[in-house]
Ligand binder design. Sequence first.
Ligand code: GDP
Ligand code: MG
Length: 297
Amino acid sequence: LEKYVGIVTLPNQVQQKAVKKGFVFNLMVVGESGLGKSTLVNSLFLTNLYMDRCVPDASEKIAQTVSITKSTVDIIEEGVNLRLTVIDTPGFGDALNNHESWKAAVRYVDQEMEKYRTNEIGLNRKNITDNRVHCCLYFISPHGHGLKPIDVNFMKALDQKVNIVPVLAKADSLTPKETRNMKAKILAEIDKFKIKIFQVPECDLDNEVLFKQQTLELKKSIPFAVIGSNTVVERNSRRVRARVYPWGIVEVENPSHSDFVQLRNMLIRTHMQDLIHTTHYVLYENYRINCLCRNPF
Ligand code: GDP
Ligand code: MG
């Protein structure tokens, strides 16, 4: 005789249904041009998102202000389907009206929130495509002394609207000591200017010890010091992404060379759902409530 109705499998079903539908993740990269944004995104997702990108010539570059480009790839692994969209802001820093250029990125984030809200009010609210930006990687130059005023303004303009994850770009140009100092400086300034960045959630008491350790490591790595490369070399009969210099080779995925793996794990393996969840239940909710307050009827 059956003893159970079988509700034990309900959580699995929810998950299976979500898995079947696939995941949608929208990642924005911002920061000065030339900091390795496009390269890093390619390195993160093992795809060449920008294969058919044409390089603008010099004259075109100056005429260009901020133009936002969206690239979408479908990644399918072991039956799990991820539709990843990367939103790139290539012109930032090239444009002549530099101090205005970041506004386009902020506008983009707002627009996608607004589209989602309009869709939710509409009739066909069951199948809304989620184009909201779930995470914004903010690239910080390794050559400055901490944050620049434009970084502070930009992050302040974004931090109520999107999950900001700060990264220290091109970390191969700093020594380990310089990297530590720079990270400390950036964190101090984020604190001083009260910039809200994505907080890795605290562990539950019943989480596994290994997971707790990993979370602690992850928290300590922020801002992630990253290195990107589209060059693949052979090392000890393995093919790895690396930057090749006359004096040696910097491996992108070597944890003693950079925090690249930490960042990738967080974005893909451990905290993608958190970023999506926070976007929907905190950031979007704020946006929606603000709209209601301005426009009660
Ligand atoms: P973006 O303008 O921010 O998208 O920067 P790109 O990805 O186009 O890279 C600009 C230049 O920096 C290219 O020549 C890259 O090869 C180089 N680059 C990218 N990532 C790194 C890095 O981590 N370290 C170093 N040293 N150079 C990098
Ligand atoms: Mg780029």
